[in-house]
Design a protein around this ligand. Structure first.
Ligand SMILES: [Zn+2]
Ligand SMILES: [Zn+2]
Ligand SMILES: [Zn+2]
Ligand SMILES: [Zn+2]
Length: 506
């Protein structure tokens, strides 16, 4: 788990040029490219409450302002509030023998805030009926919302009328006689109603807000009495209740819990999902889960000798194969200037495929003239074409250390979960280059590399090096569908290592 929360000392370059740790990357199997969170579309699948695990449809969630109706969070520390039982004896002493009544109040287990602190009466049911506080500006807000809704409706209606007029091209009275509606109105003695239909249906504008010139004076006590910060709300606490924004802690009221979402991620280039969660809010599993650390070998720094400018040090890195297929790792020199040409080539390729799809679309429309006349099918097709919006950029990383690129490559065995518990020793018979491979076990290999920090590197500066790793990616999608041998590709990844700070000569 340390590599998920620890410092990012090993970074992989995304196709777009951003450097990220492998845990933050995805791998699109259809494009055979790395994708980061900027290279994917984020789509909301479902809204749910994290406390009661209730799935809430998006329309209802919008109506409830994205908050759960039954769960509350602490207004003081924003953690979930829990309901506590308190028994209460009857107020009438004659009925003292009767069973005490159960009452409920809200309590925060983290900061001990309770609904009794602010004088909210205990409730007789678990789910509560906790008093709702009226928003003093509710009427004004509703007025604004209504008037904007009316404006949208009017403009929609106007648009529809316009389209109807365009579509129904039958001859009107004016077309046949050349007499305009206004002229007829005049002859009949009616007032010439020339207002635009849009203006006629226009809803009344809401009353504009007015600035007051007279404001209440501050109380005198604010200048004389010392401030007790324990009684004043923090900014977070105030902003949790935006409609009231009280200033003192005695006005802290429980807040409805904000809903959480489940989202799926879609590759921007090919529109296939790289991540899709299961619908059930209780499930933490995924339907589709193409994380890069399931496909690309993981690299970790094991040891590095003290780094001195101009001196060669030994670096041991561990490679782990996460896949069920054997792979071969080959090293290449990293050239950051080369990136630009690769990028332009890629853009040209994408543009070509885009043009091709457009051509196909035209062809389809020509062959189906009845469909071509309707606008809908073409717009549907257009939404399926590649939509590259993230422009790959040049990798911004200062490399101040040379790395000796090994000439030989090495094999990483497939992952075998049972091998983790096998102490009998490895039975592999791989002829390794002893200069390169220091040690190996199941799907892991410890590799010896040599790094030389630059001559002019000042003391105590961070040393960064990089290389290109080529691994074999085995594509199993086509093999499953067509019952063929899985296809294999050579996939190259740019890897950057932060080795630590340089030290002096001794
Ligand atoms: Zn990216
Ligand atoms: Zn809830
Ligand atoms: Zn609390
Ligand atoms: Zn893709």
């Amino acid at each position: 788990m340390a590599y998920i929360t620890g410092p990012d000392v090993v970074k992989y370059a995304c196709t777009c040029g951003l450097l990220k740790p492998i845990t933050h990357l995805y791998f699109c199997r259809y494009c055979t490219q790395i994708r980061c969170s900027f290279c994917v579309c984020h789509e909301i699948d479902s809204n749910f409450c994290g406390k009661c695990s209730e799935n809430i449809p998006s329309s209802e969630a919008r109506l409830k302002k994205n908050r759960c109706g039954n769960c509350y969070v602490c207004p003081s520390c924003q953690q979930d509030l829990s309901t506590r039982i308190a028994s209460k004896g009857s107020a009438n002493p004659e009925e003292a023998k009767s069973t005490p009544k159960k009452m409920y109040y809200l309590l925060c287990q983290f900061c001990r805030w309770s609904s009794r602190d602010v004088g909210i009466p205990d409730q007789s049911t678990v789910t509560g009926g906790w008093p709702k506080r009226e928003n003093v500006h509710a009427n004004r807000l509703q007025e604004l919302v209504d008037s904007y809704k009316a404006i949208i409706l009017a403009s929609k209606k106007h648009q529809q009328d316009k389209e109807k007029k365009k579509r129904v091209k039958c001859l009107s009275y004016t077309d046949r006689t050349g007499v305009t509606a206004a002229a007829i109105r005049k002859r009949l003695g009616l007032p010439a109603d020339m207002t635009h239909p849009m203006l006629k249906n226009r809803p009344k504008n809401p009353e504009p807000a007015k600035a007051k010139s007279e404001v209440e004076d501050l109380p005198d006590s604010i200048f004389t009495e010392p401030l007790n910060l324990a009684e004043i709300m923090s900014i977070e606490q105030r902003l949790l209740q935006p409609e009231q924004q009280p200033t003192t802690v005695d006005k802290l009221f429980p807040v409805h819990k904000q809903l959480s979402i489940k989202r799926s991620l879609r590759c921007r280039s090919c529109e296939h999902n790289v991540s899709k969660p299961e619908y059930n809010p209780n499930s933490v599993k995924f339907k589709i889960q193409l994380f890069a650390y399931y496909i690309i070998p993981e690299i970790r720094i094991v040891t590095v000798e003290p780094l001195r400018s101009g001196k060669t040090s030994e670096l041991i890195v561990k490679f782990t194969n996460p896949t069920q297929h054997q792979t071969t790792i080959t090293f290449f020199e990293l050239d950051l200037d080369e990136v630009e040409s690769v990028v332009t080539e890629e853009v040209a390729e994408v543009a070509e495929s885009f043009e091709q799809s457009l051509y196909l679309q035209e062809k389809q429309q020509l062959s189906l003239p009845s469909l071509g006349s309707l606008s809908q099918p073409s717009s549907l097709l257009a939404s399926r074409t590649p939509s590259i919006t993230v422009k790959p950029r040049r990798i911004k990383e200062d490399l101040n250390c040379k790395i000796g690129i090994p000439e030989s490559s090495f094999i990483l065995l497939p992952r075998d979960d049972a091998a983790e518990y096998d102490d009998s020793g490895d039975s592999h018979n791989i002829q390794d280059d002893p200069k390169l491979v220091k040690w190996r076990k199941s799907n892991k290999a410890f590799i010896r590399l040599y790094v030389t920090p630059n001559e002019d590197l000042p003391l105590n500066s961070e040393v960064t090096c990089g290389f290109v790793m080529q691994h074999i990616y085995t594509n199993t999608i086509t093999s499953k569908v067509e019952n063929k041998e899985p296809q294999q590709y050579n996939h190259k990844v740019k890897v950057f290592l932060t080795l630590g700070n340089s030290v002096g000569c001794d």
